[in-house]
Ligand binder design. Structure first.
Ligand code: NAD
Length: 480
């Protein structure tokens, strides 16, 4: 598969045109030039994909778990063997620096298959000590067809996070990748077929959210929607899913506080704050986009972060030296620049980052650092999902905790201090699904991940996601 090709739907382990024959075109975010043509799936294509996954469920769900495990492990190996192809495609499609795609996106995708392959043979029910001459036990059973919907910032890795746990416990999957960046999801599905995933077990439908995504959410044959994306879309999905009472899990936006105390290793914390805010162009749901700094070290941290932002090397995402790629689309670039303007209008001080777009036709935005940010400003409250960080001073633990909790989100938080008791006490107090102490943006397929508050509900990764992809049946047997 090479870029500039046309891409089709992937149903029954075969390339298929949309039934309407319609297509749509995506652009290369680094240049604005057309990148690929994709099949535009609509309701009738969703019907075909769900019917295929429903049929496949009958055999996949009862397959020898060792066989499912073997296939998923093999998928992880094949992902690693195609590291370069996957990294290049992800970089072209999303604009992320290829060095990051090679180091993180592709290996973590493989890890996800390695980790979840083991669970195929390890998840079971239990016997329950009940009253009377009866045996009572539970069966843990897969749900059926899982509808997966993912965003464009880490499409390959997020596809793996939805596919691997769903398949390991015997579900089948219909996945809708983001219209901006679908290519690696299609390639991943082909890799899974090569690993031995039977036809229909994983189908990919490309298209628009309101058209193809909405049809998947509405479909009565889908048992659960596993969604990662924006908070407003999450609200729509939850409302739509209500009509068929299907299960929903939502991984949504964030406005994560990264809290630096004066008793931290301040130099290390300040350096890490640059990566926390700007990794993947800040297009990261857990981006440390609110940098809370204890007042006595505020100026020192601000200077390091501003210098760090200026030093990030922008450029062609396919150049291994590039640290900052373009944003994913012109529309998203304009939204982010709009936030930078709003910050200035509301009186925050821009200490790094030109608000003008740079680069040759691509959707570049310079890493931007704001100081003098008041809590009520838009840039302090709303998710920007771009390279913009607000530096906010505080005095003491209580004020840090109060400011940290002052948004509708609760995805993640960072705490930097040498005081162990303070760190653990604050970790318990913060209303966030993930807390990092003296580190930031650590993830592992084994560790549960998800939101508090309006950052969503449900957990991905680890043992926790498997509970949400299975259901318990209680069986009673008379012993007399
Ligand atoms: P988005 O919500 O616009 O789109 C996400 C997906 O939903 C896309 O595939 C889109 O086509 C689909 N979609 C849109 N409208 C739909 C509808 N009505 N019905 C069904 N599907 C629909 O989000 P985005 O702009 O692609 O991604 C950015 C957002 O994703 C940010 O808010 C970010 O925080 C969030 N995100 C969250 C996590 C997490 O794990 N919590 C991870 C990555 C990104």
């Amino acid at each position: 598969m090479t870029p500039m090709d046309s891409y089709k739907l992937w149903i029954d382990n075969k390339d298929k045109d949309a039934l309407s024959g319609e297509t749509f075109t995506t652009t290369n975010p680094a240049t604005g030039a057309p990148l690929a043509t994709l099949a535009r799936a609509k309701r009738e294509d969703v019907d075909v994909a769900v019917a295929s996954a429903t049929k496949a469920f009958a055999t996949w769900s009862v397959m020898d778990p060792n066989e499912r495990a073997r296939i998923l492990w093999k998928a992880g190996e094949l992902v690693m063997s195609k590291l370069e192809e996957l990294a290049k495609l992800e970089s072209l499609d999303t604009g992320k620096p290829i060095a990051n795609a090679r180091l993180i996106d592709v290996p973590r995708t493989a890890d996800t298959f390695f980790y979840f392959s083991g669970w195929a043979t390890k998840l079971g029910g239990e016997t329950i000590p009940v009253r009377g001459a009866v045996l009572n036990y539970t069966l843990r059973e897969p749900l059926g067809v899982i509808g997966a919907i993912i965003p464009w910032n880490f499409p390959l890795l997020l596809a793996a996070r939805k596919i691997a746990p769903a398949l390991t416990v015997g579900n089948t999957v219909v996945i809708k990748p983001p219209e901006e960046a679908s290519l690696t999801t299609i390639l991943l599905a082909k890799i899974l077929a090569e690993a031995g995933v039977p036809e229909g077990v994983l189908n990919v439908i490309t298209g628009y959210g309101e058209e193809c995504g909405a049809a998947l959410v509405e479909h009565p044959g889908v048992a659960k929607i596993s969604f990662t994306g924006g908070t407003d879309t999450g609200r729509i999905i939850m409302r739509t899913a209500a009509s068929t009472l299907k299960r929903v899990s939502l991984e949504l936006g964030g406005k994560s506080p990264n809290i630096v105390f004066a008793d931290a290793d301040v130099a290390t914390a300040a350096k890490a704050a640059v990566t926390a805010a700007f990794y993947n162009q800040g297009e990261l749901c857990t981006a440390g986009s609110r940098l809370l700094v204890e007042r006595s070290v505020h100026d020192q941290v601000l200077e390091t972060v501003a210098n760090g932002a200026r030093a990030l090397v922008p450029g062609d995402p396919l150049d291994p030296k590039t640290q900052m790629g373009p944003l994913v689309s012109a529309e998203h670039r304009d939204k982010v620049v709009g936030y930078v303007r709003a910050g200035e209008t509301e009186g925050a001080k821009r200490v790094a980052g030109e608000p003008r777009a740079t680069g040759e036709g691509g959707y570049f935005v310079n890493p931007t650092v704001f100081s003098d940010v008041a809590e009520k400003m838009k840039i302090a409250r709303e998710e920007i999902f771009g390279p913009v960080v607000s530096v906010i001073p505080f005095e003491g633990v209580d004020e840090a905790a109060r400011i940290a909790g002052a948004t509708e989100f609760g995805l993640a938080a960072g705490v930097w201090t040498r005081d162990i008791a303070k760190a653990h006490a604050l970790a318990a107090r913060l209303r966030a699904g993930t807390v990092w102490i003296n580190t930031y943006n650590r993830f592992d397929a084994a560790s549960p991940y998800g939101g508090y508050k309006q950052s969503g509900f449900g957990r991905e990764n680890g043992r926790a996601v498997l509970d949400e992809l299975t259901q318990l049946k209680s069986v009673w047997v008379a012993l007399t």
